[in-house]
Design a protein around this ligand. Structure first.
Ligand SMILES: *[C@@H]1O[C@H](CO)[C@@H](O)[C@H](O)[C@H]1NC(C)=O
Length: 343
């Protein structure tokens, strides 16, 4: 009896713990286990990806991104929250993307970042370069679905604008919400903050971007996202990055151990048969897009040809000169004697 009850008292909390853990997910080693509870995470069309040059295809039909009602008045309130996985800002549905096939209404924006020791935490990479952080502005197809919950698992449900963030110049637009970050240190904390111009969080140029079909980068990883990653990054200061990377915890305020909320990015996923469309065409792309190799080979062949021609001409000249020399030996020796006698 005693042994049964002690076994039960040991097993029950463990199973309860596992049951609770089943609904949870984490980064680091954790992301490799996501597919056990969230099968889509192990499926196709996953995000993020490493946007490598050989995946790119220029698409002249990709219009500049146009956003509407992004300039919110300061008398309006936005909810800034810590959901245990990220810092999130709620957005009103009257904000929308107007340049896609459907209207996509805004729902929220959130971030992925590194740590103070390793400030590389973007999810998307460009030619294997990982940026310090990344912002995702999440929109849902409001032409077809009444809210984000009904759109999130549909193949044409979501459109996300991705902004790569590097540490550099101070960014006053990002300060609009970062200055309240100490109010959301713990999981499930929320504060109301004055609204501001969300457009100012995006890079200046909205016409240059990468486009591909992918997924949510967190469980349940639905392959429902039309991704737009802007070509140009934005900057935040070192101090702003450290605020983002060190102020928050992924645990509740009541929890005994406080886990820092950092390095909350998913690693690059397999590209499979996908290609990445690009809205811009320029020299970089021309060189990288398969033309570099033939151009280098042809140039090298040309160089070898010219070099051997020069060699041939020089050799011919030298042998002619040698023939002349041997004819004039007596004269040359006499010359040398004249100079030698001066020393
Ligand atoms: C979203 O829309 C669906 C379908 O109309 C509805 O059943 C659901 O309650 C809505 N959810 C929210 C959170 O408003």
């Amino acid at each position: 009896m005693h042994s049964l009850s002690s076994t039960l008292s040991l097993v029950l909390p463990l199973t309860l713990f596992s049951a609770l853990r089943g609904a949870k997910w984490t980064y680091d080693d954790g992301e490799h286990h996501w597919s056990k509870h969230y099968p889509y995470c192990g499926g196709a069309f996953q995000s993020p990806i490493d946007i490598r040059s050989e995946l790119l295809r220029f698409d002249p039909t990709l219009r500049p991104i146009e956003v509407q009602n992004y300039n919110l008045p300061p008398n309006e309130q936005l909810t800034l929250g810590n959901n245990g996985h990220s810092l999130q800002v709620s957005l009103p549905a009257r904000m929308f993307i107007s340049s896609l096939r459907h209207r996509y209404a805004a729902a929220q924006l959130h971030f992925h970042w590194g740590s103070s020791g390793r400030p590389s935490g973007s999810e998307h990479m460009v030619n294997s370069k990982q940026y310090a952080a990344e912002m995702h502005v999440v929109h849902y197809n409001s032409d077809k679905y009444p809210n984000i919950s009904s759109a999130v698992d549909k193949s044409d449900g979501l459109a996300v604008l991705g902004v790569l963030i590097e540490v550099g110049e101070f960014n006053p637009a990002y300060e609009q919400f970062l200055k309240f970050i100490n109010g959301i240190k713990y999981k499930d904390q929320k504060v109301q903050v004055p609204a501001f111009n969300i457009r100012a969080l995006l890079p200046t140029r909205l016409d240059e971007y990468y486009r591909y079909d992918g997924s949510l980068t967190t469980p349940p990883c639905y392959p429902s996202v039309l991704w737009t990653i802007f070509r140009n990054h934005v900057t935040i200061s070192q101090k702003q990055f450290l605020a983002l990377a060190t102020a928050m915890y992924s645990s509740n305020s009541q929890d005994s151990a406080h886990l820092p909320l950092q390095s909350n990015f998913r690693g690059p996923q397999s590209v499979d048969s996908r290609i990445v469309l690009v809205s811009f065409k320029e020299d970089d792309l021309f060189w990288m897009n398969g033309l570099l190799v033939p151009v280098v080979v042809i140039s090298a062949l040309g160089f070898v040809l010219i070099a051997s021609l020069i060699c041939c001409i020089l050799r011919q000249k030298r042998s002619t000169a040698e023939q002349n020399k041997s004819k004039n030996v007596a004269y040359n020796v006499g010359d040398r004697d004249e100079y030698g006698s001066r020393v």
